[in-house]
Design a protein around this ligand. Structure first.
Ligand code: HEC
Length: 140
């Protein structure tokens, strides 16, 4: 014989279902992209050498060149994996002229993270990293 549920039990089941749906739709806590200070230092040199002529030495950009550090940049790249930024840079930047190798461009991405206030860590940024870019308040 099937036992039927009481209204109270049905209410409880519905409540549990909503809780589950809520949990599933929450954004997952995602780790921040990590890079080392050594990487960012190497990246700074390459950046000033290859990128600064267009994006400016302070990464502020210009009327025809996007900002690489600050609110506009974070509005575009915040929440996305640092490896996506690397993939873009590696594919498209600089638009012309001498292109640094992939390792050097990875270091430039580390430098961009630092200039956006993200803290450095103990693991190097590389193509297998899964951390995201985010607004952070550490010293630049
Ligand atoms: C000759 C000028 C020039 C140089 C040099 C240059 N860029 Fe760019 N960059 C641009 C322009 C212009 C854009 C806008 C996208 C486009 O039109 O391709 C851009 C876009 C970008 C973007 C996307 C920003 C966004 O939010 O849309 C990134 C990241 C970037 N550049 C990084 C770099 C890095 C890193 C270097 C050096 C390795 C570099 N760029 C060198 C001109 C330049």
């Amino acid at each position: 014989m099937m036992r039927s549920t009481t209204p109270r039990q049905r209410l409880a089941i519905v409540a549990v279902c909503f809780l589950c749906l809520g949990a599933a739709s929450q954004p997952r806590e995602r780790a921040l992209a990590s890079y080392t200070t050594t990487q960012a230092q190497a990246g700074e040199e390459t950046y000033q050498d290859v990128c600064a002529s267009c994006h400016k030495p302070d990464l502020a950009g210009a009327s025809d060149t996007p900002q690489l550090a600050g609110d506009t940049f974070l509005g575009m790249w915040g929440g996305r994996p640092a490896t996506e930024l690397f993939a873009y840079v590696n594919a498209a930047m600089p638009p012309a002229g001498r292109k640094p190798d992939a390792d050097a461009l990875m270091d430039v991405v580390a430098y961009i993270l630092r200039k956006n206030g993200m803290p450095s860590g103990t693991s190097r940024l590389d193509s297998t990293a899964s951390g995201i870019i985010t607004r952070a308040t550490a010293e630049r």
